[in-house]
Design a protein around this ligand. Structure first.
Ligand SMILES: [Zn+2]
Length: 450
């Protein structure tokens, strides 16, 4: 595969938009890296002109449950007489998870990943917890559903890290909920064996104890044997914290720390209800936090106190109530403003500094949390990039970089490259109509919404 130059109007490098800068990509087949950033050399390599475009590193969606894309639009109303909450939403999500067959999981995942790519996400951390048949019996190939999700990402050209979820139980002193049978493994060794098999297929894979609700301290200790990144839902809802205190006499992040999982390879997802000691543990461990602002708004989870943490923060679209990296990046800052009654609270310096800090959260911090190199436009990084159309009316007469973050949207992304492969061209994904049709057929075939 030949090397190719990309020649946009601006390239985002180290917090600033640079003009007169081109990017040389080593290959266009998905394995490409960035081999030069600077003035175009005198060589015979082909070049792609990108007038009026800003080239940014690809965004990283560090927390996704792709199949939940099947809830889009169906959970935005309350049943008569019901006070709706995270917990009633969860029942609707379980009803969906219960019905999906492998083909439907693959179709919905393909749709979710296609929408992510079009929005400018080039990498996804898929927190995958539907493992078995509806009654809990493993599939003949125990990794059937994980492989379906991986195939979905490969079909559209998205980089994926599969976060293989460990799920032991419904909760402490709680009756087994049959709707969770598909998630549950009988022993942590089964989780570890699955992690090893997936890795042996060349897949980037991490381990993900679902939460302290779903995993006991014993299970968490067993999972320290897995030499990989660890992601977990932490402190998402007050009821989860209360149950954890009743069982362990400790708060959720303290339980992860006691088990030996809280290191700089750990990512706490949500962290919407931490106390001061949990924040201190986070600081000491240099663990990551993945905030999912639009899902946290949608589910009424609360706000992650980004202004109180010093460790790397990244973003995820979680339930896919919305798939838009710009909404997540600015959501972090706007949540902080709403809570504190102040403005421009993310630490920064200079006119573009706050926007750059938020872009870091949307790009390289996500790659770091997923155990990958990159997330920057630097020599040696994977050639994962997005082009944004600066001719759009929302960017006119503006300071460009802050306007990209605070006024950008998925619709402003025109082109996307993953490993140098040009996966979105002029806002279109190849085969996009067929992907949408397959997902619609799957929803109808499974009679998911009645
Ligand atoms: Zn989640």
């Amino acid at each position: 595969m030949a090397m190719t130059w990309l020649e946009p109007e601006y390239v985002y490098v180290d917090g600033v938009l640079k003009a007169d800068t081109a990017v040389l990509v080593s290959a266009t087949d998905g394995t490409g890296k960035i081999v030069s950033v600077g003035r175009r050399g005198h060589d015979a390599f082909p070049s792609l002109a990108l007038p009026h475009r800003a080239l940014l590193p690809g965004f990283v969606n560090a927390h996704s449950h792709a199949f939940q894309r099947g809830l889009r639009g169906w959970v935005q109303h309350a049943a008569p007489g019901v006070e709706d909450s995270f917990w009633t939403w969860r029942e609707a999500m379980y009803a969906l998870a219960q019905r999906l067959d492998p083909e439907a999981i693959e179709a919905l995942s393909t749709l979710a990943f296609a929408e992510m790519l079009k929005a400018g996400f080039t990498t996804v951390g898929e927190f995958h917890y539907v493992h078995h048949q509806p009654d809990g019996t493993p599939y003949a190939d125990r990794d059937e559903l994980a492989m379906r999700v991986v195939h979905a990402a490969r079909r559209v050209g998205m980089r994926i890290v599969l976060l293989r979820v460990a799920y032991e139980r419904s909760g402490w002193h709680q009756e087994a909920n049959p709707r969770q049978a598909r998630f549950i493994d009988r022993h942590p060794d089964h989780v570890i064996a699955s992690w090893e098999r997936l890795r042996s297929h060349g897949i980037d894979v991490g381990v993900a104890p679902h939460s302290v609700r779903a995993c006991s301290a014993d299970w968490l200790r067993s999972l320290t044997r897995v030499p990989s990144i660890v992601h977990a839902h932490v402190d998402e809802q007050p009821a989860e914290v209360e149950q954890c205190l009743a069982e362990n006499h400790k708060r959720p992040l303290e339980v992860f720390a006691d088990a030996g999982l809280l290191t700089n390879r750990f990512t706490a997802v949500h962290l919407t209800h931490p106390d001061a000691h949990e924040l201190a543990l986070l600081h000491e461990s240099h663990a990551n936090v993945c905030a999912c602002p639009t899902t946290e708004l949608d589910l009424g989870d609360g706000f992650f106190p980004a202004w109180q943490v010093t460790t790397p923060v990244c973003i995820g679209t979680d339930s896919h109530a919305s798939i838009d990296p710009f909404a997540e990046m600015r959501g972090l800052e706007w949540h902080s403003r709403a809570v504190l009654g102040r403005r421009n609270v993310t630490p920064h310096s200079g006119i573009d500094g706050l926007a750059a800090a938020l872009i870091d959260r949307g790009t390289r911090n996500g790659m770091h949390a997923l155990g990958l190199e990159g997330g920057t436009i630097h020599t040696g990084s994977p050639a994962d990039m997005v082009a944004i159309d600066l001719r759009r009316v929302e960017f006119a007469a503006s300071r460009v970089l802050p306007a990209l973050v605070f006024n950008g949207s998925a619709a402003a992304v025109t082109d996307v490259w993953v490993g140098g492969r040009h996966v979105i061209k002029d806002g279109h994904i190849p085969g996009g109509e067929a992907i949408a049709l397959e997902a619609e057929r799957a929803i109808r075939r499974m009679a998911i919404h009645g």
